[in-house]
Design a protein around this ligand. Structure first.
Ligand SMILES: Cc1cc2nc3c(=O)[nH]c(=O)nc-3n(C[C@H](O)[C@H](O)[C@H](O)COP(=O)(O)OP(=O)(O)OC[C@H]3O[C@@H](n4cnc5c(N)ncnc54)[C@H](O)[C@@H]3O)c2cc1C
Ligand code: FES
Length: 282
């Protein structure tokens, strides 16, 4: 059992949990993720390791409530336990020689971006970051990203904070004046990562993205997370989740992500129905 040491509500539907998991914390590296189950027999959900503290033995995850399991997770509090917390999984990312990097995070994608930017900052690289969300109150980790970035640009779709528009508008603007970057790192919704890759391709700037296909076992056994990269089939759980954005087939990724949509909607509707029933009895 894994204890929730800290809970912080970053936005209405976005929660941060610091979880006691000393063995995972000891081995974790930026770019890796965990698969957790709230209770035995429950759904397995992959979440990126947003931060870790080897000395304290804790791992931080940040998740958005999108369906039944993430909504159930969001109901837990400090002191509660979750039954399984497996990791670290996936291939860590390293940038040993990078001097200048442009980092872009959209929505909850800022969570997996943060440990990479923090690592680059600690190595002495210059990092320019662009983070965005639909509205100001959906924006996460602004202070944390500011602390590890040399410059931070904020964007909101509705203009409630920073640039009124998409992170890709600011990216275009920066690249029209300055293209001297060792790498662009983009993490967010697949459509955002696809557009970033299309923008950086003509400049030939290496562009790393982090993919979130449906995962089941997370160990390369089931094939559920397969993605096409450079015409080859890769398993995001073991070969990734970070890949060269210029080679990813994003259209296929987006199609596969919606494969179980009707089952997911049914599961959530059933849970909500049960919730209303319980509520009336109460
Ligand atoms: C490597 C990786 C890292 C991730 N990191 C984060 C993170 O740090 N924060 C965060 O909020 N989300 C993250 N996700 C997405 C997260 O796993 C899903 O939002 C979650 O599994 C949804 O479960 P649900 O039951 O609440 O929703 P459901 O209603 O079951 O699904 C809603 C949507 O979530 C996605 N999803 C559902 N099941 C899975 C699954 N088993 N694997 C992957 N995606 C699924 C699908 O796109 C689906 O349409 C990550 C996914 C992957 C693969
Ligand atoms: S999740 Fe099963 S192979 Fe990757």
């Amino acid at each position: 059992m894994f204890k929730i040491l800290k809970r912080k509500d970053l936005a209405d539907t976005i929660k941060l949990f610091e979880i006691e998991a000393p063995l995972v914390a000891k081995k974790a590296k930026p770019g890796q993720f965990v698969i957790l189950r709230i209770k035995e027999g429950g759904e397995r959900i992959p979440l990126t390791i947003a931060d870790y503290d080897g000395e304290k033995g804790s791992v931080t995850v940040i998740f958005q409530e999108v369906g039944k399991t993430t909504k159930d997770l969001g109901k837990l509090n400090e002191g509660d336990f979750i039954s399984d917390f497996i990791g670290p999984l996936g291939t860590p990312v390293e940038f040993p020689h990078h001097k200048r990097v442009l980092a872009i995070g959209g929505g909850v994608g800022v969570a997996p971006l943060y440990p990479k930017v923090k690592m680059l900052h600690n190595q002495g690289a210059e990092v320019i970051s662009i983070i965005g969300a639909k509205t100001a109150d959906m924006l996460i980790l602004e202070e944390e990203m500011k602390a590890v970035s040399d410059q931070l640009f904020i964007c909101t779709d509705d203009g409630t904070k920073g640039h009124h528009g998409f992170v890709t508008d600011v990216l275009k603007d920066i690249l029209s004046k300055d293209t001297e970057f060792d790498e662009v790192i983009a993490i967010g919704p697949p459509i955002m990562m696809k557009i970033v890759a299309n923008i950086t391709r003509p400049y030939k700037i290496p562009t790393m993205v982090s993919l979130n296909p449906i995962m089941i076992d997370g160990t390369g056994m089931c094939g559920g997370c397969r993605v096409t990269v450079g015409g080859e089939t890769k398993f995001a759980c073991v070969d990734g989740p970070a890949f060269d954005g210029h080679l990813v087939d994003f259209d296929e990724l987006m199609r596969r992500q919606t494969m179980y949509k009707s089952e997911e909607q049914k599961s959530l509707a059933l849970a909500e129905e049960r919730g209303e029933h319980k509520c009336r009895l109460d």
